[in-house]
Design a protein around this ligand. Structure first.
Ligand code: IMP
Length: 201
């Protein structure tokens, strides 16, 4: 079993001394671009749900910075809830679609307008599981908001309502996303230098 967010490369190369900034080969999305886009998403969501109350459900750990920033860009009443899941089975470099819930919702979402807040959609298998699971809790509506979409590797097609950025098939870190649980605290989204990886794809 691997913790979700441990992602495609689970084990950092221990012979490599981690240097957060220097390990990044390329900044894909700057702090400024992310801030502007999150602001736009917040405005759009506030507009679309005007006059209603929503529940943002975020999935730990990768969505944490996005959730924290997005909720403050939304100006309608909202509740938040957090889930944590792990995927297991299959090779460590691939999502298996088998998902175990490590932390469940803390309150009922029955009859609520729910917006699922994701960090990145890769194969879509995790999201597919979560959507089915949340639908089973009878929300009034369920929409999906993701910061990043990597459509190149999609195995399950799920309509996404709000997308921050569509990115190429590259493994990215920062702004919540990790490699071996590190790099989540970078303020931007970037691509690591190849020598940082211990496992090649
Ligand atoms: P999926 O089930 O393949 O869509 O898996 C999505 C999950 O894999 C994300 O929530 C991340 O935890 C992880 N993941 C996928 N791509 C990346 C990446 O480029 N960087 C970091 N984590 C990733």
């Amino acid at each position: 079993m691997r913790a979700r967010g441990g992602s495609r490369h689970d084990e950092p190369d221990m012979s490599h001394t981690v240097n957060l900034q220097a390990d990044v080969a390329d900044v894909l999305l700057s702090e400024e671009r992310i801030r502007e886009r999150v602001h736009e998403l917040g405005r759009q969501i506030s507009h679309d749900y005007a006059g209603q109350r929503i529940t943002l459900v975020s999935v730990l750990k990768g969505s944490l910075p996005f959730m924290a920033d997005l909720m403050r860009e939304i100006d309608i009443p909202l509740r938040i809830d957090l889930m944590e899941v792990s995927s297991y089975g299959g090779a460590s470099t691939e999502s298996s679609g088998l998902v175990r819930i490590l932390k469940d919702l803390s309150a009922s979402i029955a009859g609520e307008q729910v917006l699922l807040v994701e960090d990145i959609i890769d194969t879509g298998l995790t999201l597919n599981y979560l959507v089915r699971y949340l639908r089973g809790k009878n929300p009034a509506s369920l929409r999906i908001c993701t910061l990043l979409d990597k459509p190149a590797r999609r195995l399950v097609d799920i309509p996404v309502d709000y997308t921050g950025f569509t990115i190429p098939d590259q493994f990215v870190v920062g702004y919540g996303l990790d490699y071996g649980e590190l790099y989540r605290n970078l303020r931007f989204v970037g691509v690591l230098r190849p020598e940082v990886y211990s496992v090649a794809d």
